[in-house]
Design a binder for this molecule. Structure first.
Ligand code: URA
Length: 205
């Protein structure tokens, strides 16, 4: 099955899955089903819930600008969230909500099969890099489960604290190079991972 029908089927399964927590509208991912770059936020807000589309409020407008600044269009990338329903009063998603939505995000990522994932903010980052720290790791590149991960500040955080915008722009500015040099960077990251892996003791016999 090609990516688009597979995503449509996944969305239909989510709609039917009454075991999922949170009762607001389902806000499924959107964009190019075969995008090279996938952005993932934490959970939809009020505007997203209303329009049933991810990142269409103020944070979404900033995200669009950051994407356009590097010469791309929103339609070229794929945009989704870890938790796909709005938590009440925009509270942080609970660990059990993240856990419940996780198998669907995993399948969504497997279908799109991006070269790079950009988790936006600390919740999305810790899904991929549980030991990560957003203030230290934003804009750095990691390898997780065979995919390059570049965490970035959440655009909503940059709207609250404009001091973060310059770093956020710098992080986005790296993306075209990361795509161009993807193979080379993957090979380097894989060999670093091998060098850092605990050595299995050689048997003496
Ligand atoms: N913040 C998010 O994390 N996701 C959205 O879709 C909108 C705002």
């Amino acid at each position: 099955m090609t990516a688009l029908p597979a995503l449509e089927e996944l969305e239909a399964q989510m709609v039917q899955d009454l075991s999922l927590p949170l009762k607001s509208n389902l806000v499924f991912g959107e964009g190019n089903p075969e995008a090279k770059v996938l952005f993932v936020g934490e959970a939809p807000g009020a505007v997203e819930d209303e329009q049933k589309r991810p990142f269409v409020g103020r944070a979404g407008q900033l995200l669009n600008k950051l994407i356009e600044n590097i010469g791309w269009r929103r339609e070229d990338v794929y945009i989704t969230n870890v938790v796909k329903r709005r938590p009440p009063e925009n509270r942080d998603p609970l660990p059990e909500e993240i856990e419940a939505y996780k198998p669907y995000l995993e399948r969504e990522i497997a279908i799109v099969n991006p070269k790079i994932i950009v988790p936006l903010g600390r919740f999305a980052m810790s899904y991929f890099l549980p030991d990560g720290k957003i203030s230290r790791d934003q804009g750095a590149v990691f390898l997780s489960k065979g995919i390059l991960i570049m965490p970035a500040y959440h655009p909503a955080a940059a709207l609250r604290n404009p001091n973060l915008i310059a770093d956020l722009k710098d992080a986005f500015a790296k993306l075209p190079k990361l795509i161009e040099k993807h193979q080379e960077i993957m090979e380097r990251k894989l060999s670093e991972a091998q060098e850092n892996a605990p050595k299995t003791p050689h048997s003496l016999f």
